[in-house]
Write a protein that binds this ligand. Structure first.
Ligand code: FES
Length: 361
């Protein structure tokens, strides 16, 4: 039996063919014992077996393990195949029992076949079923002993060892490098960088502040230059303006609607027995205050020191030293009265007799 265990299938097949050839040469003598042999239980399948074994060995019905004939007798091809299969099935179990005293859950995979033995028994069926090419490649990449394993074992190994990279497609691409601004600042160990950043912020801020101040100064200087180039003019009302038709001013009436805007009263009064319309300046001759027209008292009254003036402008009370002043008033082309504030007429100087100082009604 020890010799039979060492035979490979090819050797067994070669031996079977050899026996067949020998049997063909001894056809007559050999058929007799086979037909007359009482132990013909296995030989029932012996006649078709050689042909069938050569044509399709895997399809042959498995013979019983106890069927092999003794070493001294002749064995059929079917018997030899059955014996080889029995040896193949019994060898791992026996070797595992001998080599691994402690039972392991992966008993079929534990007895790793040596390369020499694998080459020797390359035709023998491997234990564990179909091979997983991916597992073999992964083992080769790791540099470990390949040792063909099944798909189930590969899956179990992958679960047990998640670091395996049997599937390169799942490898994540390298992450991009973060910019310096996004890197976390080190709390310790980088005082120089902190000082540099502080100085940068300080000088940057000072530079920005300087630029802002310079821009502000430039803007102010531009505004000053524009104002300097603009002429100093007075936004006063025109010196000549029209106040209306002579008929608009009833005798004895003092019109105050031009006081606020033009500083003038239009008065229809009598002066030296002559009815005339005059334009009286609204400035007190004492210290320049603005008197008020009191309709009930029919006089101009200065609120500052109490100077009083008649309707025609002659002073009669208070500290005012002289009468109110008059503007020139003429009749315009359109028939309206036109006042010219550029010309003043003083009563104490006899100028009220000037025709431009009044309009005769
Ligand atoms: Fe008018 Fe003195 S200012 S009375």
């Amino acid at each position: 039996m020890a010799e039979q265990k060492k035979l490979s299938v090819q050797e067994i097949l070669a031996l079977a063919r050899k026996q067949k050839a020998e049997a063909a040469g001894e056809a007559a003598p050999a058929s007799e014992p086979a037909a007359a042999a009482p132990e013909a239980a296995p030989p029932v399948a012996e006649a078709p077996a050689p042909v069938a074994a050569e044509a399709a060995p895997p399809a042959e019905t498995p013979p019983k393990p106890a069927a092999p004939k003794p070493a001294g007798g002749k064995m059929s091809v079917a018997e030899m195949l059955a014996a080889a299969r029995a040896q193949g099935a019994a060898k791992p179990a026996g070797a595992a029992a001998a080599a691994a005293p402690v039972p392991k859950p992966e008993a079929p995979a534990a007895p790793k076949p040596k390369p020499a033995a694998a080459e020797k028994n390359e035709a023998a069926p491997k234990v564990g079923g179909p091979k997983d090419t991916a597992s073999i490649l992964a083992a080769a990449r790791k540099g470990a002993k390949p040792g063909p394993i099944t798909k189930a074992e590969a899956a179990a190994k992958e679960k047990a060892d998640p670091t395996t990279d049997e599937k390169p497609a799942r490898v994540a691409p390298p992450m991009p490098v973060k910019p310096a601004a996004a890197m976390p600042k080190a709390a310790k160990g980088a005082p120089a960088e902190d000082r540099r950043g502080f100085l940068t912020v300080m000088f940057g801020s000072m530079l920005g502040l300087g630029y802002s101040a310079l821009a502000l100064a430039g803007g102010l200087w531009t505004l000053g230059l524009a104002r300097f180039m603009y002429p100093n003019i007075l936004t006063e009302p025109p010196s000549q303006f029209k106040v209306g038709f002579p008929s608009d001013f009833a005798p004895g009436k003092v019109e105050e609607k031009f006081k606020a805007q033009f500083g003038v009263w239009i008065v229809n009064t009598e002066y030296n027995g002559h009815l005339e319309i005059a334009a009286i300046r609204t400035v007190c001759t004492h210290l320049g205050c603005t008197p008020n027209w009191l309709e009930a008292e029919q006089k101009f009254k200065c609120p500052c020191h109490g100077s009083g003036f008649y309707k025609d402008g002659i002073n009669f009370e208070g500290p005012a030293p002289r009468p109110l002043e008059r503007y020139a008033i003429t009749l315009a082309d359109d028939g309206q009265l036109q006042v010219d504030k550029s010309k003043l007429f003083f009563e104490e100087m006899g100028q009220w007799s000037d025709p431009q100082s009044f309009y005769s009604v």
